[in-house]
Write a protein that binds this ligand. Structure first.
Ligand code: ATP
Length: 453
């Protein structure tokens, strides 16, 4: 896959996502809802694997990070203090010709003249600020006093709960609070499949520290986050780090890196890693009148900590995983003739189904019974899929398309009919190499667990 945009490849990916049950349009039978998506049976497994792995390496395997699960709706005062109510907006332009609403930075420019990307129209309004927060009302009266917003990021509940978490976890600086959860933005122009949605999930860490540690920790977290993407199967060459210029950073940030990925629709942001100084805690301390200070027992000093924030998108990473995994190669069909094979080469750790289990023939009771025994054996440890219908080659192909890294076939040798030494062994097929090995059923679960961990 090159870094050049490849709309055809993207079309194939979108259609595979629907055909195999990764991602569906929300409310599809009613014509859909622009910017909203539902994850199907395979998509939800992939997404859960990603979130669980993030939680494992960012929280559970570390002594210095604890978790939080905050509410989506918060007191409106939070969004006033954070600056979102006044400034969380994109510049919006209307095209008077086709009536499209456009983000000002998405206009195209020809010979110095700005044009509508939809119709080429040049009759455009001046840009005006459009607030991206989705407004709602709490309680029975729909007046100003009942207004709040669906959170546009998960981070604010971490800042607002900083003191409670500090007091109950008794962590010492530097330490972090992590959260995975839904966020909502009324994007002017949702596009590129799930990449820019109006409802999405974020995986955010707020890592609190002393001022003098901020820049070093920014570099540390950038490195950690790049390693994370490689550990879930994203090629380093398709990841790009942008050192965001001071003029383009939030005014309070002393350093921001964007991690971008070469999607088939172009190079786009997956995650932002930002050193936000003490801006967030200071804002909430000022607005709430409550101390958000940290007391250093050694120096006996009280101060408001600084923070480094790696903020990643679940949906964008799921999309990157699918784009990265999608490939076409050649494999023999039932008669040995080569045909095009679509295969999702997920890292086994991310794959929605870890192992397909197939009795060679569905009308041989003993084969079916043995295969179901293996399903019961593996099911408590991993997501497996039993399939008895169709020729074995077809069943392999279906699992290749779902990205299942391993396939187990129960055949007559498993029953010990040909060679007693092969009784209770199965064929284990690996998706990418299509290589097969003979494995004892008693060793299967341990072997698979080490390969999908
Ligand atoms: P963009 O410039 O693409 O709008 P952003 O810089 O506003 O993104 P942040 O506010 O830094 O994004 O949010 C952190 C992360 O949340 C992003 O890197 C992205 O992975 C995810 N994210 C933000 N907006 C969306 C969206 N509309 N749809 C899906 N994911 C999103």
């Amino acid at each position: 896959m090159s870094s050049k945009p490849d709309p055809q490849r993207m079309e194939k990916i979108v259609s595979l996502c629907k055909r195999r049950g990764f991602i569906f349009q929300s409310s599809e039978i009613y014509g859909g809802l622009n910017g909203f998506w539902d994850y199907g049976p395979l998509g939800v497994e992939l997404k859960n694997n990603l979130k669980q792995y993030w939680w494992r390496v960012m929280v559970r395997e570390r002594d210095d990070v604890v978790g939080l699960d905050g509410s989506i709706l918060m007191n409106r005062a939070v969004w006033k203090a954070s600056g979102h109510e006044d400034t969380f907006s994109d510049p919006m332009v209307d095209c008077r010709t086709c009536k499209a609403r456009l983000r000002a930075d998405q206009l195209i420019e020809k010979s110095g003249v700005k044009q509508c990307p939809n119709c080429g129209g040049k009759d455009l309004t001046e840009a005006r600020a459009f607030n991206l927060m989705l407004k709602t009302f709490i309680g029975a009266t729909e007046d100003e006093s009942a207004v709040t917003y669906l959170r546009p990021e998960t981070a604010q509940s971490i800042f607002v709960q900083f003191k409670n978490v500090l007091d109950t976890s008794r962590k010492k600086l530097p330490f972090g609070i992590a959260q995975i959860g839904k966020a909502f933005r009324n994007e002017i122009n949702p596009r590129n499949f799930t990449f820019r949605s109006r409802e999405f999930e974020q995986m955010e860490l707020e890592y609190f520290c002393r001022a003098e540690q901020g820049l070093d920790l920014l570099a540390y977290w950038l490195k950690e986050r790049l390693r994370f993407y490689q550990d879930i199967g994203i090629t380093r060459q398709r990841l790009h780090v942008i050192d965001v210029l001071e003029t383009e950073r939030a005014f309070y940030s002393q350093g921001t890196f964007d991690i971008e990925y070469d999607f088939p629709f172009g190079r786009q942001e997956l995650e932002g890693v930002a050193y936000r100084t003490d801006y967030d805690l200071m804002q909430h301390q000022k607005a709430s009148g409550k101390s958000l200070e940290y007391f250093d027992e050694e120096t006996k000093q009280k101060f408001v900590p600084h923070v480094v924030e790696p903020s990643a998108g679940v949906d964008r990473t799921v999309l990157a995983l699918i784009c990265e995994a999608y490939s076409e190669d050649e494999a023999p069909d039932e008669k040995g003739k080569m045909e095009t094979r679509i295969v999702l080469r997920f890292h086994p750790r991310m794959a929605p189904i870890k192992c397909g289990i197939f009795p060679l023939l569905k009308n041989k009771e003993q084969l079916v019974a043995k295969a179901k025994e293996i399903v019961d054996l593996l099911r408590p440890q991993m997501n497996v899929f039993y399939d008895e219908s169709g020729a074995i080659g077809r069943r392999y192909r279906r699992q290749d398309e779902a990205g299942t890294p391993f396939g187990v076939t129960v055949d007559f040798e498993t029953l010990g009919e040909k060679d007693a030494a092969l009784r209770d062994t199965v064929t284990l097929r690996e998706r990418d190499s299509m290589k097969q090995e003979r494995v004892k059923i008693s060793e299967l679960s341990q072997l698979l667990l080490t390969r999908v961990a």
